[in-house]
Design a protein around this ligand. Structure first.
Ligand code: ADP
Ligand code: MG
Length: 330
């Protein structure tokens, strides 16, 4: 009898050991960027679920995919469009709120202007000034109306490219809550979600060296249960006539932002906020961006082209500078 009980006990221990979450990893591609996941789970099914979640969001928020919510809205000629995904409406609503808060530094209605530059396509080139002026006049986020799942954008062309990756992190949070995952690190391009703190401590997230290659890290940031997004001028752009034009647009001029910043990172619980704010603060520039972030309790890190790093007052994460060419100011 005793022996049987002992065997039964040993069996349970073995079973538990077999079920213990282990690191599952994958690297895939969606939303025009690399998705890299490390998830502590019993098997790799969560990697597939997370990937499917991101792909579904891409399918509804893509500007170029015919039939996506955003595509239909941009081709509606000012008519109402009924979104097929409540998530598109939620993301757009969040973007419009943050557009108002940032005084339009983040402008989700810049689609026409962004398209005119053709970043990431074979037709990338500097648009005619007259064309830019016409498109800027139409880039009015205040004319977008959302009523349930019915949306009207007037003449504006919606572009959620500066927010979708961050929103995807918020969607993954829900997927992983449901799956009972406690620890995970998921990067959707420059937007990263550190869930839990690994089995021990916190996740170490590399901050890219904006002047180096994709594999060069400037610093290591320790994060637990938060998201970080980085907007960098290096991310996407082209050179014409010896001048580099990148993909973060100044909504005032329609031209790529030129203000001495090369990257801005933002940490927050909300992935959407990190993505939107990193773009918005980049547009605002160092001085105004720091002031805006400090007065709105946004944790941000700014890097300038002369290799100086500035942090907001609340930016108190473990931060290890690896590339000593850079200097921490203040
Ligand atoms: P990434 O897409 O590399 O993560 P960002 O989050 O900074 O970089 O988003 C940049 C993208 O957002 C651009 O490719 C463009 O589609 C869009 N965009 C550019 N400028 C703005 C802006 N001022 N406001 C909102 N979206 C913008
Ligand atoms: Mg962004």
């Amino acid at each position: 009898m005793k022996k049987i009980a002992l065997f039964a006990f040993a069996g349970i221990v073995l079973l538990l050991a077999g079920c213990a979450p282990a690191a599952q990893s994958s690297e895939t591609f969606a939303m025009d960027t690399v998705i890299s996941q490390t998830v502590y789970a019993r098997d790799n099914s969560i990697l597939i679920q997370n990937y499917d979640t991101i792909r579904a969001l891409e399918d509804s928020m893509s500007k170029t995919l015919e039939g996506s919510d955003v595509f239909r809205l941009n081709h509606a000629g000012g008519q109402d469009v009924v979104f097929s995904s409540a998530q598109t409406a939620q993301a757009l609503t969040g973007c419009l709120e943050l557009a108002r808060q940032t005084g339009g530094a983040f402008n989700p209605a810049l689609g026409g202007v962004v398209d005119a530059w053709g970043f990431g396509t074979e037709n990338a080139s500097v648009p005619e000034q007259s064309q830019l002026e016409r498109l800027l006049a139409e880039a009015e986020y205040t004319q977008v109306r959302i009523d349930g799942d019915a949306v009207n954008a007037g003449k504006a062309q919606i572009d959620l490219g500066g927010a979708a990756k961050g929103y995807a992190l918020d969607a993954l949070k829900i997927t992983m809550d449901e799956a009972g995952v406690e620890n995970a690190l998921v990067a959707v391009g420059g937007s990263v979600y550190a869930r839990g703190g690994k089995p021990d401590g916190s996740w170490k997230v590399g901050v890219r060296d904006p002047l180096g290659s994709t594999a060069d890290f400037l610093a290591i940031l320790e994060l637990a249960d938060s998201c970080v997004s980085t907007s960098g001028s290096y991310e996407r752009g082209f050179t014409e006539g010896g001048v580099y034009y990148h993909h973060i647009i100044d909504p005032q001029t329609g031209y790529p932002v030129q203000n001495g910043l090369i990257s801005v990172s933002v940490v927050d619980e909300s992935g959407l906020k990190t993505d939107v704010y990193s773009t918005a603060l980049f547009v605002m520039g160092l001085e105004q961006g720091l002031e805006f972030a400090n007065s709105n309790s946004i944790d941000a890190l700014f890097i300038t082209e002369d290799k100086k790093i500035y942090m907001t007052d609340g930016f108190q994460y473990e931060f290890e500078l690896i590339n000593k060419d850079y200097q921490i100011e203040g």
